[in-house]
Design a binder for this molecule. Structure first.
Ligand SMILES: Nc1nc2c(ncn2[C@@H]2O[C@H](COP(=O)(O)OP(=O)(O)OP(=O)(O)O)[C@@H](O)[C@H]2O)c(=O)[nH]1
Ligand SMILES: [Mg+2]
Length: 271
């Protein structure tokens, strides 16, 4: 009988004093066998100290402190690196602000084949699921609650644009509620990822697809945060726009070069 799989839920925080304890309590109740890593960027409101307090009384909770606010992408890369070094089988991204329902985590875990997530009958160990499961707002069954129309339009529009520019057939590649098999993260070459914000999510999903691994989208209900302030900014949107445009232009140029090469070869000309 194989050992149960080890799951690490990574939750980045910046000024989430009100939200973090609620989110962690829900998570520990929903998936008590998963470990948690809070990655705090020196939150001035004391979220880091609060997380240390929670970790002191719960051996499944861990905290990684970074000195200052350095972006969501870097926080996740630091968390993934921490988890991969410790041999976790599955690494999950989940926001602290309550937008991602811990009660829906089991369906993401089931999609990457974690047997504990489907009731634990039979031997533990991989069921042969996907390499990456994306929590998706924009597939049938997916929903958003209390999210302003402007944000919905931005998210849907951004995903449509990214799908076209990057050629990645995903409905919601910018979301931050997802479960990776360790092998998917090992395939993406984390140290070379430069993107932040939404772009980080897109970048990683595209890299997993291009590595030839399997990505599935699982419907989720995304709920607007009840407390604290959003860290979403114009800079994050602008970054996503210029990076996807650049990636898209490169992809089209590569396609064009490949096409020209094929045509010249067929005509018997040197390339
Ligand atoms: N460690 C760290 N966490 C961050 C940083 N920026 C945002 N976060 C956390 O990442 C999660 C998502 O950030 P949000 O502010 O909710 O941004 P968002 O979900 O993209 O936007 P909203 O839909 O407006 O909430 C939250 O748990 C934040 O506290 C950062 O620079 N460092
Ligand atoms: Mg949020």
């Amino acid at each position: 009988m194989s050992a149960p799989e080890r799951v690490l839920v990574i939750t980045p925080t910046y000024n989430e004093l009100e939200s973090l304890p609620v989110t962690l309590a829900r998570l520990r109740a929903a998936v008590p066998w998963a470990d948690v890593l809070v990655v705090d960027d020196g939150s001035p409101d004391g979220t880091g100290a609060l997380a240390d307090g929670l970790a002191a009384s719960d051996e499944r909770v861990h905290v990684l402190h970074r000195p200052r606010k350095s972006g969501l992408g870097g926080a996740y890369t630091a968390g993934f690196t921490w988890g991969l070094r410790r041999g976790y089988d599955v690494l999950v991204e989940m926001d602290a602000d309550g937008s991602h329902a811990p009660e829906q985590l089991a369906s993401l875990l089931a999609a990457v084949g974690v047997r504990q997530a489907v009731g634990g009958a039979g031997p533990a160990g991989p069921l042969g699921g996907a390499d990456l499961a994306l929590g998706s707002r924009w597939v049938p069954g997916g929903r958003v609650v209390d999210w302003p129309l402007t944000r919905q339009v931005l998210s849907r529009g951004g995903n449509t644009w990214a799908r076209w520019a990057m050629g990645v057939p995903l409905r919601d590649a910018t979301g931050g509620f997802r479960a990776y098999r360790a092998r998917a993260l090992q395939a993406v070459d984390l140290p070379s990822v430069r993107s932040e914000g939404y772009c980080y999510q897109l970048d990683l999903a595209a890299r997993v697809v291009r590595a030839g691994l399997t990505v599935v989208e699982v419907p989720i209900t995304f709920t607007e945060r009840a407390a604290g302030a959003s860290k979403m900014s114009r800079a994050i949107v602008v970054e996503a726009l210029w990076r996807t445009t650049l990636w898209g232009a490169r992809r089209r140029a590569d396609q064009l070069l490949a096409l020209t090469g094929r045509t010249r070869r067929r005509a018997g000309l040197p390339r």
